[in-house]
Design a protein around this ligand. Sequence first.
Ligand code: IDP
Ligand code: MG
Length: 147
Amino acid sequence: MAGRTTFAMVKPDAFEAGKAGRILAHIEQSGYAILAMRLVRLTRVEAEAFYEVHRGRPFYQELVSFMSSGRAVALVLDKADAVAAWRATIGATDPAEAAEGTIRKLFAESKGRNAVHGSDSDENAVREVAFFFPERELARLGAESPG
Ligand code: IDP
Ligand code: MG
């Protein structure tokens, strides 16, 4: 059964451009509960580890440089069927292909600088939540660790 938790980020392009507030409002208005949230600044090594599955892809170095270029917001979101719901809310990777009303259509600059991240499976949501949030902090926030 699909889980209720996914991991999301407001990426450095959107944070730098002052869009984090509007994106968070969009998240709340779309019916997600924010279980955990943190302002982060990834090192290159952390960005490499977070995007390990893309190592070797042609855009990997560009992605790692971008994700470690500035502040970002890490989020744990709760909603029914959270992974699929959030992927639908953010839209296609390339904003030029994203549906009307999606976060990437509204706020993304390009396929690389695309405003937000979303986990692509329950398994990766668990891994990505754990990457940013220690279990004891989730517990203190009243959020159960997914998975
Ligand atoms: P997703 O974020 O929609 O799941 P992925 O294919 O998992 O997309 O790629 C991870 C991230 O890598 C994208 O969100 C985007 O920032 C970046 N990326 C993906 N494809 C390209 C590309 O062709 N050029 C530049 N950056 C890309
Ligand atoms: Mg992905």
